[in-house]
Structures are given as structure tokens and as C-alpha cells.
Write a protein that binds this ligand. Structure first.
Ligand SMILES: CC(C)(COP(=O)(O)OP(=O)(O)OC[C@H]1O[C@@H](n2cnc3c(N)ncnc32)[C@H](O)[C@@H]1OP(=O)(O)O)[C@@H](O)C(=O)NCCC(=O)NCCS
Length: 252
């Protein structure tokens, strides 16, 4: 099962009129650390339940990030659907994956969101499922335990062969790729992490190597994404033939 490779990513300003064809994959990024003025503007597009959620975070910084990430999701989706962001209504699957309850388009728009550190990442497609994941790399005190609980036996062997100086990169390569896959299929952690293998060696392409026991994933593509030295990121889409574009969000 080979995969689409995206070694070079080019982040660009989005065009005024955004067009999303069936083969297109649009990846957006947003910096979550925004001024109070910007946050106040973004607050205006949130729904009542989102405002309530924002007020329930224990730390103000988490609340601020949630406000920016959710409001920007609304603004991005609003551009594709040509509706006001505030009119969008989200439903949630039993696994917690948000989906659009109104403003349904044909063929349907798919989206997925991830946030870590100061970065929010959004994947938008038409008619094909997508999952994205970004992680800010950090030292893990209990790395061995994480490796055992997250990685499949094949991945654990591959991780064992990585030289110490590259282990952190390899770990977060594996983490983000696995997470992007379980988010693309929508099942989150209820999908067994040991049932599929991803590549994790630094310098080698992102690949969904094998999915055991569940047919139908041979045609899915796994891609690594370059965000900056502190981060690892990946996205997974249904199908092989696609064309990716990378946009930075600006609300001006
Ligand atoms: C919820 C989960 C899907 C991702 O959580 P996460 O990595 O902590 O957070 P991310 O920022 O990447 O993603 C969160 C977003 O995913 C979306 N999401 C939630 N449930 C989802 C699901 N079942 N499928 C796809 N997307 C989902 C939501 O939009 C959410 O953002 P929101 O809360 O602002 O609406 C789930 O996989 C989880 O709990 N993971 C824990 C992390 C872990 O242990 N990973 C192991 C390595 S593979």
C-alpha cells in the first residue's frame, strides 16, 4: 500500500474566491495566539454552545485557543459554502467528530481540525474523508510506555532501529500519522492502534503501510506536512489521486 508523498509544502495566501474540486485537498493553518481585539471579533461568529464551552476551560490560554480555532473553522467553511460563518450548525458523531448539520453541499464538504501548541490545522475536501493531526514536539518522560501503547509491533520494531538523536522526530511522525488516520475514518481511539502500521523514520515518506482486519484502506493516502521545527503534522485522505494546496488563514 503505497501513498501519495508530499515532501514540499508551500503555504500561500488563499485566493479571494476559493474553489474546491473533487480531487482537491485544501490544508489551512492558523496561529492560535491572537490579540484580544482579534479574539473579540472571532467571538462574534461562535454559537451559544461554543461560547459556553469557551467559558468552561480551566486556563484562559486554552479558552483563547479554542475561540480562535473554532471561529476560524466557521470562517473557512463559510467561504467554501458561501454562507455567513455564524449560521453554520455542527453536529457530532458518537465518536465526537464534528460535521455540518446545515448548509449541506453536493457533493458534500468534509473537514477535520487539529490543534497543538500555537497552531491550528484544518483539512477540507469534497466527497472524500480527511483527517489531520498536528503535535508540538516535547520530551516525553514515559516514552517507552507511550511507544508500547500507541505503536503496533511492526512500528515498535522500526522505532527500535531509529538512532537516539532521531527518536523524537520518529515518535511524533508515528503519532501524527496514526492520529490523522483514526481521525480520517472518524473512529478516534476506538479504532485499535495496533491494527495498522505507518512509516515513522525521519527522511522517509509518510506511508500507511498496512491495515489489518479491515478491508478498503489500500486506496487511502497518508501525507506528512511541514509546519516548522517544533511541530510534526500529517493528513490522511480517501483515495490516491488528489491535488493538495496549503493556505495560511487571515481574517483581514
Ligand atoms: C479526539 C481525538 C480524535 C483527537 O484528539 P487530540 O489529538 O487530543 O486533538 P486534536 O487537536 O488533534 O483534534 C481535536 C479535534 O478533532 C476533532 N475530532 C473529535 N473527535 C473526532 C473523531 N472521532 N474523529 C475525527 N476528528 C475528531 C474535533 O474537531 C476536535 O477539535 P474541537 O474539540 O476543537 O472540536 C482522539 O483521537 C483522541 O482523544 N486522541 C488522544 C490523543 C492520543 O492518545 N493519541 C494517540 C496517538 S495516535
Amino acid at each position: 500500500m503505497s501513498a501519495q508523498i508530499n515532501q514540499t509544502t508551500l503555504w500561500q495566501k488563499a485566493p479571494r474566491q476559493i474553489v474546491l474540486k473533487d480531487k482537491d485537498v485544501h490544508i489551512w493553518r492558523m496561529t492560535l495566539n491572537q490579540s484580544e481585539t482579534t479574539r473579540q471579533d472571532l467571538w462574534q461568529v461562535l454559537s451559544a454552545d461554543e461560547r459556553q464551552k469557551a467559558s468552561r476551560f480551566m486556563f484562559a490560554s486554552d479558552s483563547h485557543k479554542y475561540i480562535v480555532a473554532r471561529a476560524v473553522l466557521r470562517m473557512i467553511l463559510g467561504q467554501y459554502l458561501q454562507v455567513s460563518p455564524i449560521t453554520l450548525q455542527f453536529g457530532y458523531t458518537s465518536y465526537g467528530k464534528p460535521y455540518l448539520q446545515n448548509a449541506i453541499s453536493t457533493p458534500p464538504l468534509h473537514f477535520n481540525v487539529s490543534h497543538s501548541g500555537d497552531v491550528a490545522l484544518y483539512g477540507i475536501t469534497r466527497n472524500r474523508r480527511i483527517g489531520v493531526d498536528v503535535e508540538q514536539m516535547r520530551p516525553l518522560a514515559d516514552e517507552a510506555q507511550f511507544v508500547k501503547s500507541i505503536f503496533s509491533p511492526v512500528e515498535q520494531q522500526a522505532f527500535g532501529r531509529i538512532r537516539p538523536s532521531e527518536k523524537q522526530d520518529a515518535f511524533f511522525n508515528g503519532w501524527t500519522r496514526k492520529e490523522a488516520f483514526i481521525k480520517a475514518i472518524g473512529l478516534g481511539l476506538s479504532f485499535p492502534l495496533e491494527a495498522f502500521d505507518v512509516s515513522l523514520s525521519p527522511g522517509l515518506p509518510a506511508q500507511l503501510l498496512e491495515v489489518r482486519g479491515t478491508p478498503g484502506y489500500q486506496e487511502w493516502s497518508m501525507n506528512a506536512l511541514s509546519i516548522g521545527p517544533e511541530y510534526k503534522a500529517a493528513y490522511v485522505v480517501e483515495g490516491r489521486q488528489h491535488q493538495s494546496s496549503y493556505f495560511t488563514f487571515s481574517n483581514n
